[in-house]
Write a protein of this length. Structure first.
Length: 373
């Protein structure tokens, strides 16, 4: 039998080919090995790779026979590598939730090497019908990273997410806020309620709920009328974790009003190092933000509603703690039209985030901003 002629490319390299699997249509998928020395050297690289992958159980011995690894199995391995490397709250919202809530239920039972770009495109198209662009972005980042990890470990050879475009069709709901008059009335009642200081801090400082729960009385400087925001209390599967805030820009020093100063002077614990929203069961421990929202926060609004008539109660909007932050930002922007100052005050990572939330290009705003008479 005549010897097989060496496979030499136009660029002068020798190439050897190994069948590593099949695609959804049964077409063979190949991996290529190159050498500038000789055909034998290229073949040796191929054989060494095949022996290594076969020993790991990642490649079968027959042509086109690749080990089948389900996406769920590899996704959970990938999550393990991320756990402990980022903040628990970041891991939960940016890694675990997109993976377990969206990726695994729809794609987890498929073999990772069999899923094609057209299927990934269909997955995100369907997801975009009910979820926001932010959810889609986080999910794509996770799925793409899962595939990159699989490629690095020779589970598959292509990332089907690379060129997939995502677009949410979910309509953005109007963000609810209280008006200036409503805020004045709420703050007047807050001065009479034991939980009122929490509401005043959320409305006046625009704090995230986690930042409020991580705040201590010692963070306030009454002489300079400033407060340092430098920690946050977050929920981790029922446990309260105190850490730095979500981003570098979230660590900030804020000025506050004389009205807030007068309210703070009435607090017996103002000169202590206690947490402002402190647990009644465990001293020197902040309340879990989820518990705060469901108990003390809710109790305040129940008592506030009791000051209204029955018809007023039916029409009054009960906003979430984060909507009080949004109220703060909206009223600040309406008063100042200074988006950069509002962005810095709220601790947004970029001014673009603030602009999307608070700058509305309606005719009256454009006319006023551009000085058109």
């Amino acid at each position: 039998m005549p010897r097989k002629k060496a496979t030499k490319r136009a660029d002068g390299r020798y190439v050897s080919t190994l069948v590593v699997g099949t695609d959804a249509n049964g077409k063979l998928e190949r991996k290529y090995f190159y050498s500038n020395k000789s055909q034998t050297d290229a073949n040796n690289k191929r054989d060494a790779y095949k022996a290594e992958q076969t020993a790991k159980g990642l490649l079968g011995t027959a042509p086109g026979e690749a080990k089948k690894v389900k996406l769920e199995t590899w996704a959970r391995k990938w999550l393990e590598t991320k756990s402990g490397k980022v903040k628990e709250s970041t891991f939960d919202t940016s890694y675990r939730r997109p993976t377990e809530r969206y990726i695994i239920p729809k794609l987890g039972n498929r073999y990772i090497a069999d899923i094609k770009p057209i299927e990934i495109d269909a997955f995100f198209t369907k997801l975009g019908e009910n979820y926001s662009q932010t959810v889609l972005q986080k999910t794509k980042i996770c799925l793409s990273a899962i595939y990159d990890s699989a490629i690095d470990n020779n589970i598959c050879y292509k990332n089907p997410c690379k060129n997939v475009e995502i677009s949410s069709k979910k309509k953005k709901g109007d963000k609810r806020t209280y008006t200036e008059e409503q805020v004045k009335d709420i703050l007047a009642f807050a001065d009479t309620d034991m939980y009122g200081i929490y509401i005043r801090l959320l409305l006046e400082l625009g704090l995230r709920c986690s930042e409020l729960c991580g705040l201590k009385w010692s963070d306030f400087d009454l002489n300079k009328r400033t407060v340092n925001i430098e920690r946050a209390a977050t929920d981790n599967n029922g446990l309260t974790v105190v850490d730095v805030p979500k981003s570098k820009t979230s660590i900030r020093r804020l000025p506050f009003s004389t009205a807030l100063l007068n309210a703070l002077k009435q607090i017996p614990d103002i000169n202590t190092d206690k947490y402002i929203v402190e647990s009644t069961k465990t001293p020197n421990t902040p309340v879990n933000p989820k518990n705060f929202a469901s108990k003390r926060y809710k109790t305040f609004w129940n008592r506030y509603l009791e000051t209204m008539s029955e018809s007023e109660q039916k029409t009054f909007p009960l906003l979430s703690p984060h909507e009080l932050r949004h109220t703060c930002g909206t009223l600040m922007y309406n008063r100042s039209k200074n988006i950069y100052a509002v962005s810095k005050y709220l601790g947004h990572a970029t001014v673009d985030i603030t602009s999307r939330l608070y700058v509305h290009n309606d005719i009256d705003t454009l006319r006023e901003s551009l000085g058109i008479e």
